[in-house]
Design a protein around this ligand. Structure first.
Ligand SMILES: *Cc1c(COP(=O)(O)O)cnc(C)c1O
Length: 454
């Protein structure tokens, strides 16, 4: 099939995620091309006519070691010839078991039980339900609320959407969502000039402490994205906030849910972002990079203590009766095992420190630009925030879709970016090399020039 035919047939039947489909209408002057992908290898994707695109965003943050990685490919093929899937109620299999053991081993101390789900949003739902249900089983059924941070994102299903706070995704559905307590966040974009990330994040904790002091009695858990609010424009903060939050959650008897769906598996420089604050949450949600970007799978890690509150005689009806048909899918678990093996075969985190330094170097001058508010970085995530008026801190109106112009320019020049509003970011697979970093950053720079020229 050729590109054009594929796109035409696609638009006739396929409704794409997170897209205004009218943007892709070929009749429109400003039409956005739909890019048909035939194959992928390493950081490169290729269409049906041989044009290549550097996947600078790891296909929505899922891919860790490049597309079509031989090690992960062979692991899935071997699994496929043995067992593709079996229900996990009453049955078990080797890959589900080995992966659970491995996750218990590599996640922060105290996370000793693993519950599987199918995707990130489902993992968030599981953590919310488990936290509520734990308190109920412990005789504290007055605990029904959740605390979340401004600008946070936890997925698209109704429970996950309710504990998120990105207006663009949430507002339309507001009448359908449970009420949550939203607390101003530690997002360092708003620090005073000259103020350090640490000082700002520390200062911002005061409001969280106050809300916990006031509402702890009715609160099940605080849910948080450790260190980087990814869907919320890649906004970043200092680990001190996590440290203080862990202590406060203990003090006020509230669970801490760490949503590491996007930041887990090395994105922030450590295997899990929580490690930078040396904390263990009560629940840790994992997905995206878990399978190296191959298959939908998620896991909720929690403690023996929480598990014990559900462990009882059947007649007491205290079990966690949550399931998904594909819970613990064998192919997904095997892909995850192979992915984690790659971390253990080479010192990936050390190599990433080199790549992160190269990305910092390649974008070092960007912040001088009159329409770039800042360039921020945490580990393998680099974000460039465009701004209309730098001195007055006035954002470009979202309606102007400046980031979209960078997206289009970059596609023409062989780089797949997918800006979040006015924020251009890089979150590449860990197999990117220096030359590819240079290309990715140079194309973004040229695209930015174009997008801000009037
Ligand atoms: C992507 C994401 C989710 C949702 O995961 P899906 O697999 O897309 O449902 C939840 N939380 C965070 C932090 C995410 O980045």
């Amino acid at each position: 099939m050729k590109n054009a035919e594929l796109v035409k047939r696609d638009l006739a039947v396929l409704w794409h995620p997170c897209s205004q489909m009218k943007d892709h209408d070929p009749e429109l002057a400003e039409s956005l091309a739909m890019i048909p992908i035939k194959s992928g290898a390493g950081v490169w994707l290729e269409d049906f006519e041989g044009k290549r695109y550097l996947d600078a965003i790891s296909s929505w943050w899922v891919n860790l070691f490049g597309h079509s990685h031989p090690w992960i490919n062979q692991a899935i093929k071997a699994q496929l010839d043995r067992l593709e899937h079996v229900m996990l109620g009453g049955l078990t299999h080797e890959s589900a078991l080995l992966l659970a053991e491995k996750l218990v081993e590599i996640t922060p101390p105290g996370l000793d039980k693993c519950f599987y789900a199918d995707n990130g949003s489902a993992a968030v739902e599981v953590a919310l339900k488990m936290s509520f249900h734990y308190w109920r089983n412990s005789g504290q059924s007055q605990k029904t609320k959740f605390i979340t941070l401004e600008n946070s994102y936890h997925g698209e299903t109704l429970g996950a959407l309710a504990v998120g706070a990105v207006d663009l995704y949430k507002n339309t559905y507001a009448p359908l969502l449970m009420e949550v307590i939203t607390v101003p966040g530690p997002d360092c974009f708003f620090r005073e000039s000259g103020e350090s990330w640490e000082a700002y994040s520390l200062r911002r904790f005061a409001e969280m402490e106050q809300v916990l002091a006031q509402h702890a009695e009715s609160v099940c858990a605080v849910i948080i994205e450790p260190l980087v609010q990814c869907a919320g424009s890649m906004r970043m903060y200092h680990p001190i906030y996590l440290k203080l939050l862990r202590a406060a959650c203990d003090k006020y008897q509230v669970h801490l849910i760490a949503d590491e769906i996007a930041v887990g598996f090395g994105r922030t420089g450590t295997l899990f972002a929580c490690e930078q604050a040396a904390i263990s949450p009560d629940f840790m949600c994992l997905s995206k990079g878990l399978t190296g970007g191959y298959l939908p799978l998620s896991a909720v890690m929690t403690s023996n203590q929480i598990y014990a509150a559900f462990y009882d005689d059947y007649q007491n009806l205290s079990a966690f009766l949550h399931s998904h048909s594909y819970t613990g899918n064998a192919l997904g678990c095997r892909a995850a095992l192979a992915t984690i093996e790659l971390f253990q075969q080479q010192d990936v985190l050390a190599a990433n420190r080199g790549l992160a330094a190269q990305m910092a170097q390649a974008t070092a001058g960007f912040a001088e630009h009159p329409h770039i508010a800042e360039v921020r970085q945490t580990g393998m995530i680099v974000a460039i925030e465009l701004i209309q008026d730098k001195a007055g801190r006035v954002a470009y109106p979202w309606q102007q879709r400046r980031g979209l112009q960078v997206y289009k320019y970059a596609l023409q020049h062989g780089v797949l970016l997918r800006p979040l509003g006015n924020v251009i970011y890089f979150m590449p697979p860990y197999v990117i090399n220096e030359e590819e970093i240079a290309l990715m950053t140079e194309v973004a720079w040229q695209g930015i020039q174009l997008a801000v020229r009037d």
